[in-house]
Design a protein around this ligand. Structure first.
Ligand SMILES: [Zn+2]
Length: 323
């Protein structure tokens, strides 16, 4: 994902006040947060996280992915990752995982890519799409050393973390079926790059043909495994689907999740944008204050089982509260 160019442009115009546009690698400037509706306080006393989310098992899934090596189409680790993902999702969800195969043409290349997905409770009236990307960035653009820039990132947080949370979510939903339907979708080609024309490739392919019925709303998770987790309301999500942001922050509030900050920070281009473009109420949960972003230091050591669990618990509350 990338910081929105629009926001960067706006910030550059205010550089005297703000010190210019920031990104995770360069540290975070304090961005002006537009006013947002604050989450309603929970009517009942805070309850212990009820979901039973197994953070150890989820973290093991993160480690397994990183062990495959870089995981972009064309890499050695890619087919291992894709096949492991389909097998593990099938076991976790208790329904057969499917693949949406598509051909991507980033730059002068032609690449075979696949989204991997499963549909739980398909006949339910309310359908929630939970998604994350499983590919990793082929180039460590944010490294300073030009030799390092050409190497592929490990993608422990940027790639593996979202997958790890959603696989554990699938196990929860199998053990305790929700009232609503849940579409779990793992997108390919989010981070191919280098430019935005060659990114979000799986989400674009999904939005173009919608292999599953259009969901009631969608929640994307990305870079949510870092040790010092801070998730803010993302600007595009807040503009397009504020009521879905409210659902998530109300759930986080009721669970006393301090990692969810109830203000807007950053506008991020990510897989939620192609979904919004076809009218899906999609939000992005992302921690963009991540120093190792798009570097070789995006490793397992930067991530935490507790961060995975806090996101999993909030998602579980949102899902199980749906009628
Ligand atoms: Zn990335």
């Amino acid at each position: 994902m990338l910081l929105s160019k629009t926001l960067c442009t706006l910030l550059a115009a205010s550089a005297v006040l703000l010190g210019g546009c920031s990104n995770a690698a360069g540290g975070s400037a304090s961005l002006p947060a537009p006013p947002v509706a604050s989450a309603a306080p929970s009517a009942s006393p805070a309850v212990a996280a009820p979901s039973g989310f197994d953070k150890t098992r989820s973290f093991a899934d993160l480690q397994t992915q990183v062990n495959f090596g870089p995981r972009y189409s064309g890499s050695e680790g890619y087919p291992k990752m894709r096949d492991w993902l389909a097998k593990t999702l099938t076991e976790a969800a208790g329904v057969p995982a499917k693949k949406q195969d598509f051909t991507a043409k980033p730059g002068d290349k032609t690449l075979a890519m696949s989204n991997v997905y499963a549909h739980i409770n398909p006949d339910a009236k309310t359908q929630v799409l939970l998604c994350a990307h499983y590919d990793t960035r082929p180039t460590a653009d944010e490294e300073i050393d030009p030799a390092k820039q050409k190497q592929a990132i490990p993608g422990a947080n940027d790639g593996a973390s979202g997958v790890a949370v959603l696989l554990e979510m699938a196990r929860l939903l199998k053990a305790k079926p929700p009232t609503c339907g849940v579409q779990i979708v793992f997108f390919d080609g989010e981070d191919y790059g280098p430019g935005e024309a060659e990114m979000y490739l799986g989400a674009k392919a999904w939005a173009k043909s919608l292999p599953l019925p259009k969901p009631t709303y969608a929640i994307l998770i990305d870079m949510i495994g870092d040790k010092s987790l801070q998730i803010y309301r993302e600007q595009s999500s807040e503009s397009f689907a504020p009521e879905i942001n409210d659902k998530v922050w109300n759930a986080a509030s009721s669970l006393n999740m301090s990692s969810f900050q109830n203000t807007v920070k950053y506008a991020i281009s990510d897989d939620h944008i192609p979904l919004q473009a076809v009218g899906i109420k999609a939000i992005d949960l992302i921690d963009f204050d991540y120093g190792p972003w798009h570097t070789l230091d995006d490793t397992v050591a930067q991530c935490s089982p507790d961060s995975l669990r806090s996101v999993g618990d909030v998602l579980a509350k949102v899902i199980y509260d749906e009628k």
